[in-house]
Design a binder for this molecule. Structure first.
Ligand code: CDP
Ligand code: MG
Length: 149
């Protein structure tokens, strides 16, 4: 099954949005297969955002995700990479659809609440940055037979 890496950023934890955001993915039908709360260090933050090295927002973004604990998760589901990005909304909450997560809970690009992988390849890279294979759990979830044919 396709997997993605989602991270609730420091503002999501500080603002008490953890449950609400996780609930959206649960209700969609996606399956949580790994989760941990961590304090991201500089090495990990820079590796996470390395595609943006050299851009003006690189250092502020690295500072942002290091500023307070985050919740790192792996979720599974059909076409989950693209669907989770749709649920998150545009990078800038100011432009994000108001029904999306960023559109519902944010207003400024510097505090956009959640990270989600942008491709299957990025998902696998990011999952490996945050989790060991043993931390990703295989299990049968009740009701899976009601999610697709
Ligand atoms: O997170 P997403 O893939 O939607 O956007 P990105 O273009 O890969 O940028 C990564 C992160 O950098 C964003 O989620 C923002 O936290 C931050 N960023 C920013 O603060 N200002 C920008 N102009 C662009 C990105
Ligand atoms: Mg990105």
């Amino acid at each position: 099954m396709e997997r993605t890496f989602l991270m609730l950023k420091p503002d999501a934890i500080q603002r008490g949005l953890v449950g609400e955001i996780i609930s959206r993915f649960e209700k969609k039908g996606f399956k949580l297969v790994a989760m941990k709360m961590i304090q991201v260090d500089r090495t990990l933050a820079e590796e996470h955002y390395k595609e943006h090295r050299g851009k003006a927002f690189f250092e502020p973004t690295v500072q942002y995700i290091m500023s307070s604990p985050v919740v790192a998760m792996v979720w599974e589901g059909k076409n989950i990479v693209a669907l989770a990005r749709e649920m998150m909304g545009a990078t800038n909450p100011a432009n994000a659809n108001p029904g999306s997560i960023r559109g519902s809970y944010g207003m400024d690009i510097s505090r956009n609440v959640i990270h989600g992988s942008d491709s299957v390849e990025s998902a696998e890279r990011e999952i490996a940055l945050y989790f060991t294979p043993q931390e990703i759990l295989a299990y049968t979830k009740a009701g899976e037979e009601w999610l697709s044919e």
